[in-house]
Design a protein around this ligand. Structure first.
Ligand code: GRF
Length: 208
């Protein structure tokens, strides 16, 4: 059974998708052993409590430097015993200590088809606002390994979603979550837990 720590910052709908997949036996034998939020009072913490998963809050403002915060975040993950870290709507940038301690074992869900609409400044609703502003007809979501380049790590899965003429950022976000994020994130975690994800020459190879 592979232990998983999930990092959150908000509503936790992607966390919920992972919790539901675990309950349904569709997480590749993985078990969520801890939820860590960078903000108190977010609904993702309620979701963890309702599922009987331990959680804690690690706030940047409680630390004297970005490095101290990064180390505290990495220590909090280590205390869960996690062998896989999943960023599920997590909005803090991870520092070099965290990235080196969990190198090759951090997955992130991003609400666009990377390399479009990603990188610094593209998060949450801002992504969908930019999609509608540019007028693209297809968007979607991406699960990727996390590297030192924001949203720049090897891509694991992508799933497309059509953009409707009458979409607002909110309606588009909801459809991308329902039809893409909540499907490909559990699928990627399951593949990792089953040892089917390999990185060859910087590209992800997935065994069926
Ligand atoms: C989602 O769109 C996710 O892709 C992005 O943050 C948003 C909120 O996610 N990273 P959640 O509902 O907190 O899982």
């Amino acid at each position: 059974m592979l232990r998983i720590a999930v990092l959150v910052s908000g509503g936790g709908t992607n966390l919920q998708a992972l919790i539901d997949a675990q309950k349904a036996g569709k997480l590749g034998g993985g078990e969520i052993t801890g939820v860590i939020s960078n903000k108190p009072g977010v609904y993702a913490l309620e979701r963890a409590a309702n599922a009987g998963i331990s959680s804690r809050v690690v706030c940047k403002k409680d630390f004297s430097s970005a490095q101290a915060y990064d180390k505290a975040l990495a220590d909090a993950v280590s205390e869960t015993g996690a062998e896989l870290v999943v960023l599920a709507g997590f909005l803090s940038i991870l520092g070099s200590e965290f990235l080196s301690r969990f190198d090759g074992r951090i997955l992130n869900i991003h609400p666009s088809l990377i390399p479009s609409f990603c990188g610094m400044g593209y998060y949450g609703l801002k992504v969908h606002e930019a999609v509608l502003e540019r007028g693209v007809k297809v968007t979607g979501a991406t699960v990727h390994f996390v590297s030192e380049i924001p949203d720049g790590g090897p891509i694991v899965y992508q799933k497309s979603v059509d953009v409707n003429d009458d979409d607002t950022p909110e309606t588009l976000q909801k459809r991308v979550m329902e039809n893409a994020e909540w499907i490909i994130l559990p699928r990627a975690v399951a593949a990792f837990c089953e040892g089917r994800l390999k990185i060859v020459d910087g590209k992800v190879r997935i065994k069926a």
